[in-house]
Design a protein around this ligand. Structure first.
Ligand SMILES: Nc1nc2c(ncn2[C@@H]2O[C@H](COP(=O)(O)OP(=O)(O)OP(=O)(O)O)[C@@H](O)[C@H]2O)c(=O)[nH]1
Ligand SMILES: [Mg+2]
Length: 533
C-alpha cells in the first residue's frame, strides 16, 4: 500500500488530483509514468509558446510580408524562391531537409497507381465493374486528379491485359505503404492532401490572443498524427526538426536531462525512419520504374483519366535519381515538391546581399535587412487564421493561379478555383486592415496555362465572359489581369502601391528577377514614405 501526503487535505484541488487511496505499487508506477509523459508534453508546449511570444515581441517594428492565396496557388513555392534568391547560403542548409518530402511525393504517386491496379485486378463486383458503363468512384482521392470528364472511347473500354508480372509488382512494392505512413508521421498533418474534410478542425489561438503568431491545430483527420490531439505549428516547423535530424548522426548527447533524452530518442527514431525509407526506395527502384513505364499500366491510368503528371509533387519521371541512396534534392526538385501548409508559419529572411535601394542611399537603418514572412495555409478552413496578421503587414503577395479556370476547389467541389481566387482577392484588397500595405499580385502558373491552352482547352467554356477573344496565354493573362486590377481599384479603401506580375514560380531564374523587382519596389516605397527619395 502506498501512502500519500497532501499539503492541505481540505483543498478541493488537492483532493481531485490525489491518487486513489488503495493504489497498488504497480498502479502507482503506471500513474507516475503517465504523469511524467504529460509533464513532458506540457513542458514542450510551454517552451514553444514562450519561444513564439519572445519572437513576436522581437518582431515588433520589423518589415512583415504576408503570402496569401488559395491552396495550391504557389505561396510556399514563392517563399522557397525568396529564400533561394536572397538567402542562398541558408537555402543550401534547408534544401537537404526537403528530401523526405520529395520521397513522400514520389511514394504517394506509386501507391496511387498500386491502388488503381489493385482495384482493376480484383474480380468485378456484381452489376458494375471497371469495364461496365458505371465507373467506380476512385477511393484514392488524396491526389487532386484532373476533374475534366470525357466519354470513354472504344479502345479505352477494352480491359487491360494484366499479367502475373503486375501481381508480382504489386507484391514487391507493398513495402512502400509503410514508407508512406512513416514519412507522413514524420512530416505531420501537412501531408494530408484533402484538407476540407469536416473531421479536420483548425482552432486559431490568434482568435483568443490577438496577433499571436501561434496557431493551434486540432488534429483529427485521418492524415494527422495519431499520437497527439493538439500540437503547435509555428515558426519552428517540420523543417527545423528535419534539419536537426539530418545533422551529424554522432552528435546526440550521451547524458542530458529527461527532456533532452526524450528529444534525442525521438530524433534517433526519426533518423531510423528516414534511413529505412531511403533503403526501401532504393530496393524498389527497378520495380517502380517498371510499373511507371508499363504500357498496360499507362493505358489503365488513361482510361481512368488519372493524369498523375498534372498533379503537384509529380516525380515519377525522376524515379532513378530520387531513389538513389545518396540522393540530394536540386533547387528545381524543391520548387516542385508539394507539402501543404498548416496554419500560419513564420519565417525570418535575412538578406545575404545589399538591397539595391539601400546600397545607394544611407537610410540610417530604416530599411531592415531582415523580413518576417508569414506563409499561410490556403484552404477555406484555414483563412480565418490569417486576419490577425493583416494589421501588421507592410506588404502582401497575393497568388492567383490563372491556369485553374476550369478546375474545382479540392475542399469544395462545387466552387470553381478561379472564382474562389476572385472572391478571396476582393476580401483582401477591400480589407481596411490592409489599407496601408503594399499590394503585389502574382498571376501564377502561367506555364500551366500555356500548356493547358496548348492542349486545346477553351477558356470561354468555363468562363463565358471571356467571349470570342483569342484563346492564347498572353490574351487570357491580360484579360484576367485587368479583371483583378479593376476589382482592386473599385475596392481599395485608399490609394496605395500596387504591382502585378505574371509568374511561374517553379521557374527559379525568372522568379528571381521578379522578386528582385518586388524587393526594390518595396524598398523604394519605404524610402519615399520617409522622404528619403
Ligand atoms: N507548374 C507550376 N507549378 C507550380 C507553380 N506554382 C506552384 N506550383 C506547384 O504547385 C504545388 C502547390 O504549390 P504550393 O506553393 O505548395 O501551394 P500553396 O499556395 O503554398 O498551398 P497551401 O500550402 O495548400 O496553401 C507545388 O507542387 C508547386 O511546385 C507554377 O507556377 N507552375
Ligand atoms: Mg503552402
Amino acid at each position: 500500500m502506498i501512502t500519500h501526503r497532501f499539503s492541505d487535505p481540505d483543498d478541493p484541488l488537492s483532493r481531485a488530483i490525489a491518487p486513489p487511496a488503495n493504489e497498488t505499487a504497480e498502479e502507482c508506477t503506471e500513474r507516475l509514468a503517465r504523469e511524467a509523459h504529460a509533464q513532458h508534453v506540457s513542458d514542450e508546449i510551454d517552451e514553444e509558446l514562450l519561444r513564439d511570444h519572445l519572437v513576436f515581441k522581437k518582431n515588433k517594428g520589423m518589415f512583415k510580408l504576408l503570402l496569401l492565396g488559395q491552396s495550391e496557388s504557389g505561396k510556399s513555392t514563392t517563399l522557397k524562391n525568396l529564400q533561394l534568391t536572397f538567402a542562398p547560403q541558408a537555402w543550401q542548409v534547408e534544401r537537404t531537409s526537403w528530401r523526405a518530402v520529395i520521397q513522400l511525393n514520389l511514394v504517394r504517386s506509386v501507391n496511387a497507381i498500386l491502388d488503381v491496379l489493385a482495384e482493376e485486378m480484383a474480380p468485378p463486383a456484381r452489376g458494375t465493374g471497371p469495364y461496365g458503363q458505371t465507373l467506380p468512384t476512385t477511393p484514392y482521392t488524396s491526389l487532386p486528379f484532373s476533374s475534366v470528364s470525357r466519354p470513354l472511347s472504344q479502345t479505352q473500354q477494352t480491359p487491360p491485359q494484366f499479367t502475373p508480372m503486375h501481381a508480382l509488382l504489386k507484391l514487391r512494392l507493398a513495402p512502400l505503404r509503410r514508407v508512406e505512413a512513416d514519412l507522413k508521421q514524420l512530416l505531420g498533418a501537412a501531408t494530408g492532401e484533402v484538407p476540407g474534410s469536416p473531421a479536420s478542425t483548425i482552432v486559431s489561438l490568434s482568435q483568443s490572443i490577438p496577433n499571436s503568431p501561434v496557431v493551434l491545430v486540432k488534429a483529427e483527420s485521418a492524415d494527422a498524427p495519431q499520437q497527439a490531439d493538439v500540437f503547435v505549428r509555428s515558426h519552428r516547423s517540420w523543417r527545423d526538426a528535419l534539419q536537426e535530424q539530418c545533422k551529424d548522426k554522432s552528435r546526440s548527447p550521451p547524458g542530458g536531462n529527461r527532456r533532452e533524452q526524450n528529444r534525442s530518442g525521438d530524433m534517433k527514431r526519426a533518423r531510423e525512419m528516414l534511413d529505412d525509407a531511403t533503403e526501401i526506395l532504393a530496393g524498389c527502384r527497378e520495380d517502380m520504374r517498371m510499373l511507371w513505364d508499363d504500357s498496360v499500366v499507362r493505358a489503365m491510368l488513361r482510361r481512368r483519366r488519372l493524369k498523375l503528371e498534372e498533379t503537384p509533387g509529380f516525380f515519377l519521371d525522376d524515379i532513378d535519381r530520387i531513389s538513389q541512396r545518396g540522393y540530394q534534392p536540386s533547387d528545381d526538385d524543391v520548387l516542385r515538391a508539394r507539402l501543404r501548409t498548416v496554419g500560419v508559419q513564420e519565417y525570418s529572411l535575412v538578406f545575404e546581399d545589399a538591397p539595391l535601394a539601400t546600397a545607394a542611399i544611407d537610410t540610417g537603418g530604416l530599411v531592415s535587412k531582415e523580413w518576417i514572412i508569414y506563409d499561410v495555409g490556403g484552404t477555406r478552413t484555414s483563412r480565418a487564421a490569417w486576419v490577425p496578421y493583416f494589421e501588421d503587414a507592410n506588404a502582401i503577395i497575393f497568388l492567383a493561379p490563372i491556369s485553374c479556370f476550369d478546375e474545382l476547389l479540392a475542399e469544395d467541389r462545387s466552387v470553381n478555383r478561379l472564382e474562389d481566387s476572385f472572391a478571396l482577392w476582393k476580401s483582401v484588397v477591400g480589407s481596411k486592415l490592409l489599407a496601408r500595405s503594399v499590394i503585389i499580385l502574382f498571376l501564377n502558373k502561367y506555364d500551366l496555362l500555356q500548356a493547358k491552352l496548348g492542349n486545346g482547352v477553351k477558356v470561354n467554356k468555363s468562363m463565358p465572359s471571356f467571349g470570342d477573344r483569342q484563346n492564347t496565354a498572353p490574351v487570357v493573362a491580360k484579360y484576367l489581369y485587368q479583371k483583378f486590377r479593376e476589382q482592386y481599384l473599385q475596392l481599395s479603401p485608399e490609394p496605395r502601391t500596387f504591382y502585378g506580375y505574371l509568374t511561374s514560380v517553379v521557374d527559379a531564374k525568372a522568379t528571381a528577377s521578379t522578386l528582385a523587382s518586388v524587393r526594390d519596389g518595396i524598398f523604394r516605397q519605404h524610402l519615399k514614405e520617409a522622404d528619403l527619395v
